[in-house]
Write a protein that binds this ligand. Structure first.
Ligand code: GLU
Length: 304
């Protein structure tokens, strides 16, 4: 497959579209990002790497990081994790409180904010130094080792994080947060503040296209059965309340974040990462979604 040609054609088909949508301005630091940025990078299991546009520039990966916190918690705790968080699409926004009361504080899945907060709580219980250990786990997976927390973004989100605070305290009231909610929130805001480029991300997530094994070190990062399940949750829950549309139009498991990044993967083949900061009304990158739709249309390959 000539990925360079396909990426260039898909990029060009989207490049001059009206740059619709909004920056994630509810996080003040994210309102300052240049909305014209647009980059893409692909990495394949066979060792092919190609980027176009602003692919080497770091951005706030936000909820894309929730896949990594899930991978670490799932690998360490195993199936017990599913007594604390579900695997169903929520059908609501990423920061919604509405289902939690009926569901007794068990979030529908690990990628909505409520579920990611529970995963952070699990990691705090399991690890001595959760922030350092998570970062070490992430950078151990990729060859570039560029992923870092952004104290500025974390502080910015914390300064207005009332919704996440409400979620965390509400879940605590049902007993599904074991640790101090402020400690959980602090870790959560750091998790969301992680920064990396499209190049970093496409290399980083290759282990999930490779049955859980790092292509760089040969290390089994998560068991193959767990990689399958993480990919399936990405497929059904990776795009907030637009996961069905993403499956319909793109046909790959993936995860987006409100920083405008998206990663998507074809098992046994590649990971592609795209970044364009303006978000559609569902909170997904407007151009990123259009690009990936064009990419799998032109390549004529998807998981379906
Ligand atoms: N830090 C963001 C929040 O909690 C994450 C949202 C996202 O990327 O889905 O609102």
């Amino acid at each position: 497959m000539d990925f360079e040609d396909i990426i260039k054609r898909a990029y060009q088909s989207v490049e001059n579209l009206e740059n619709k949508g909004q920056l994630a301005s509810y996080i003040p630091e994210l309102a300052r990002v240049d909305p014209t940025k647009f980059g893409v990078h692909i990495s394949t299991l066979k060792g092919y790497h190609y980027g176009f546009g602003d692919f080497a520039e770091k951005f706030s990966i936000q909820s894309i990081a929730k896949v990594l916190s899930l991978a670490l918690a799932y690998e360490r705790l195993g199936g017990e994790i599913w007594s604390r968080v579900g695997v169903e699409p929520s059908g609501t926004g990423y920061n919604s409180l509405v289902q939690l009361e009926n569901d007794n504080g068990i979030p529908r899945n690990p990628f909505i904010n409520a579920g990611a907060l529970v995963i952070c709580d699990i990691l705090i219980t399991l690890l001595d130094n959760p922030k350092e250990e998570l970062l070490g786990y992430i950078n151990n997976v990729c060859s570039l080792k560029n992923i870092q927390y952004s104290p500025k973004i974390a502080a910015s989100e914390k300064s207005v994080g009332y919704r996440n605070m409400s979620l965390c305290y509400f879940i605590k009231s049902f007993g599904n947060i074991e640790n101090d909610p402020d400690e959980v929130l602090d870790f959560y805001f750091d998790l969301c503040s992680l920064e990396g480029s499209c190049q970093d991300l496409s290399e980083l997530f290759l282990f999930l296209a490779n049955g859980g094994k790092s292509v760089f070190t040969g290390e089994q990062i998560v068991a193959t059965i767990k990689a399958k399940r993480i990919n399936s949750i990405m497929q059904t829950c990776g795009f907030y309340d637009e996961s069905g549309q993403f499956a319909f139009k793109v046909g790959l498991p993936g995860k987006s974040g409100v920083g405008g990044g998206i990663i998507a993967l074809l098992p046994q083949d590649y990971v592609i990462a795209v970044w364009s900061p303006k978000l559609n009304e569902k909170g997904n990158s407007y151009k990123g979604m259009k690009f990936l739709e064009a990419f799998t249309t032109l390549s004529e390959v998807s998981i379906f």
